[in-house]
Structures are given as C-alpha cells and as structure tokens.
Write a protein that binds this ligand. Structure first.
Ligand SMILES: *Cc1c(COP(=O)(O)O)cnc(C)c1O
Length: 413
C-alpha cells in the first residue's frame, strides 16, 4: 500500500457524512461495490412493496377504475413535477413518459416546429449514439428539409450559425463526465436564434441543474440512472412553458386536449400533456416515483459536495496505478467540469472491467478503451472508493484480466 492510501482516514469521512443514512434505503449485497449507478441505479428498498401494492391492489382489485381511483392517469404529470424540483423546472413543465430516445425525437421535432425557416440540427459527434441516431432519423424522414450536423466537442459554439434550428447537447458527457455550462451555451444558441435540447441523462440526481435559471428550451433524460427508477424506467421531457404551443409530431391520443372525448381530429392539450403520446406505463412510473421521492429527500448541494469528494479521493488513490499500470485519467480534475463519474482510458479496459467483477466491483466499459466509475453519493461510502482502488490494484498486479474469456466482448458492456 502507498502512503496516500494510509494517509486518508476514510472511516472519519464516512462517520461525518450527512448522506450516510441513505445507503440503508437501498438493497445492496454485502461486499459488492457498485460503481455503475450512472447506468442502472440501485434498487430502493421501498420499490418492491410499492410495486406489490400497485400490482395487487391497484391493478388486481381496482382494475380499470384505478386510472382515476389510484391516479394513474395523472402520474406522468405528477412525477414530472417532482423531477422538476430536482432540475429547476416549474410545475407543469415536465412529463415522465416514453424512453429518452423517443423524447429526443419529440423535443427535436417540437423545436423544429418553432423554427420552420431553419433546417439544421446540431450536436457534437461524440454525443451518446442514440442522440445522434435520432437526429439522423429525422433527417432521413424530412425529405431534405432537415440536416443532422455533428462537430467536434470544442467546435459547438462556433458552429452555432443562423441556419441552426436546434442544438442537441448532453450536459454531462457519458464517457468523460465533462460538464457543459448550460446557461452560457443556451445564451450563445439564443443569440443566433437557435433553440437547445439538453440531454440530462447523467445530470438529474447527480449534479445541481437549474433549467429555468439557464433559460433552457427543452430537456430530456433517463429515469433509470441516478434517479433509481429501475431497468427501462420511463424517461422525462421538459418543455419551457413558453414553448407549449410547439406542434407535437407524435400526436398520440394521450397528448390530446380531451382524450376521452374520442374526437376524430387531433387537438393537442394546451400544456405539457401534449408531449405525451400513448397510454402511460403505470408499473414503470410507480417504480420511478419511489426513486424520485427518495432523491427529493436528499439535499442536492450535499449530493454534489460528496460526489466531488468521492471523485477527488478516487483520483488521488488512482495516481500510483496510473504511474505503474498505465491508466490515463479522462475526466477533468477541475470540479466545475466534472460530473458524477470518473473515467480512465486503458488499452485493456474491457478485460479489466470484467476481471473486477471477480473482486466484487461493478464498473462499466465504454468502447474503445474507457473504464467508467459512476459515483452515486446516496449509496457509496468513502471506504468503497479506497477499497475499489485496492481491488483494481490486485487485478493489475495478478493480471487477473488476462484470461481468454475476457478477450471476447459480451453484447452488453
Ligand atoms: C443513457 C443515455 C441515453 C439512453 O437512452 P434510452 O432511450 O433510455 O436508451 C440517451 N442519451 C444519453 C446521453 C444517455 O446517457
């Protein structure tokens, strides 16, 4: 062990941690260190009971009367309002619905409907693939009206020209964890008359976000990452109140002003409800609500403070491994630009992440060579960080990663 490992009194940090009691609210197997809450959040203990209630009582007993009796029909809006409290939106500006990919489509086409004289959707080339794929699909469908343009990450602001209708940008980059200045970039886009769709998949529940403070137009994000909503949880869509006249392209009946009048023609709801499409996924929403409620109990400033402290500790303890085994820090060390994850590049990144599982550490790998360590302050302890680096050092020292089965990539990484 190195001097730094010994010099940090992590038990004192854990003892003084105001968020420490939250760990017990999650189901976490003893011994496991879970550093992948940025991909799939851990299971809140309350989720199972809540789902049993929804299935047994609301569905089993209440049947169709539960759309009103158990307030199923208003769940997307109710949970959207709760998510809004986490990311600086007003009530009535968010619905919890559909997947992030589908919401990207809805937000981009809504923005295009507000900028009919312009045709460019701009993003960064290294954005999360689904974001760019959705842009390309809209381009292909548009018959020449829309063009999907991607540029290098640092070229975004220069690429904001007066033919850009909408910029789609992820606030916290999924690989590097780099944080974008939402207010400054939104201002730069507005200066040229463009709108912005922010992808908050790695922001909500991870860092403080103030959508209305940044004068944001649209935003979307995942429910199953830092919000702990469960696998495939519904996502959410934010539309600033001033944009509620945008024309929804996915003009489903749940976005209609009067869905149960069964009218022949589409007439979108006046408010955020127009960004819904079909029947809400009640079971998924019920699990998501438990995760969001739990997150709302915590102080976001405290979450951010601990997330940065966990990251600093990780980076400090990793330094000897960088020197000895060739890990290269990809995340920025500076706090302002670092999200709630730490990423390293290593040529054997895939194998190392697989071998870490033998040592009961779950992290994840993102091609071509990134090891991602997600930091979730609600259920990670400082000592988990130190322990992770110790186990990683064992993986490297014993070359536990150098096994034939780890040289074959699995379908899901
Ligand atoms: C995780 C993630 C998504 C995932 O989209 P789904 O439709 O939920 O699969 C999209 N964008 C970003 C930036 C992400 O990190």
């Amino acid at each position: 062990m190195t001097d730094t490992l010994l010099s940090t009194d992590v038990s004192a940090l854990d003892a003084a941690d105001p968020l420490a009691p939250f760990r017990d609210r999650f189901h976490l197997r003893e011994g496991l260190i879970y550093l992948d809450g940025n991909s799939l959040g851990a299971l809140p203990k309350a989720t199972g009971d809540r789902l049993a209630e929804v299935v047994g009582s609301e569905w089993g007993e209440g049947l169709i009367t539960s759309w009103l009796g158990a307030e199923w029909s208003t769940a997307p809006r109710r949970i959207g309002d709760k998510i809004g409290r986490l990311i600086g939106a007003a009530p009535g500006e968010i619905v919890a619905t559909d997947s992030t990919s589908v919401n990207i489509f809805k937000a981009l086409t809504a923005a295009l409907s507000l900028r009919r004289e312009r045709g460019v959707i701009l993003s960064e080339a290294t954005n999360f693939p689904t974001d760019v794929y959705m842009m390309q699909g809209i381009e292909a469908f548009s018959g020449g009206r829309v063009k999907a343009v991607t540029v290098a990450p640092d070229a975004i602001v220069d690429a904001l020209t007066d033919d850009v209708a909408v910029l789609l940008l992820t606030q916290v980059h999924y690989k590097s964890g780099r944080v974008r200045d939402m207010a400054a970039i939104t201002r730069a886009a507005h200066d040229v008359g463009a709108l912005v769709v922010w992808d908050l998949s790695h922001s909500a529940g991870a860092i403080p976000v103030d959508l209305n403070g940044a004068n944001a137009d649209f935003a979307i994000g995942c429910g199953y990452k830092f919000l702990n909503g469960g696998p495939g949880a519904p996502a959410y869509l934010f539309a600033a109140a001033r944009h509620h006249a945008a024309t929804p392209v996915l003009s489903g009946w749940f976005g209609h002003a009067r869905p149960f009048d069964f009218e022949e023609d589409y007439d979108p709801a006046a408010g955020i409800e127009r960004f819904q499409c079909g029947t809400p996924p009640v079971l998924g929403l019920s699990a998501l609500e438990v995760g969001v409620d739990l997150m709302l109990e915590a102080d976001m400033a405290e979450i951010r403070r601990k997330s940065l402290a966990l990251g600093d500790l990780f980076i400090e303890h990793m330094q000897p491994l960088c020197d000895t085994y060739g890990f290269e820090l990809v995340s920025t060390q500076g706090h302002a630009e670092r999200g709630s994850q730490v990423a390293y590049a290593h040529p054997q990144g895939y194998q190392i992440v697989q071998a870490l599982k033998e040592f009961d550490v779950i992290a994840d790998f993102r091609a071509p060579d990134i090891l991602r360590f997600g930091l979730t302050p609600l259920y990670l302890r400082y000592r988990d960080i130190v322990e992770t680096v110790e186990r990683l050092e064992k993986v490297c020292a014993t070359r536990a990663w150098d096994k034939p089965q780890y040289h074959q990539r699995a379908a899901v990484t």
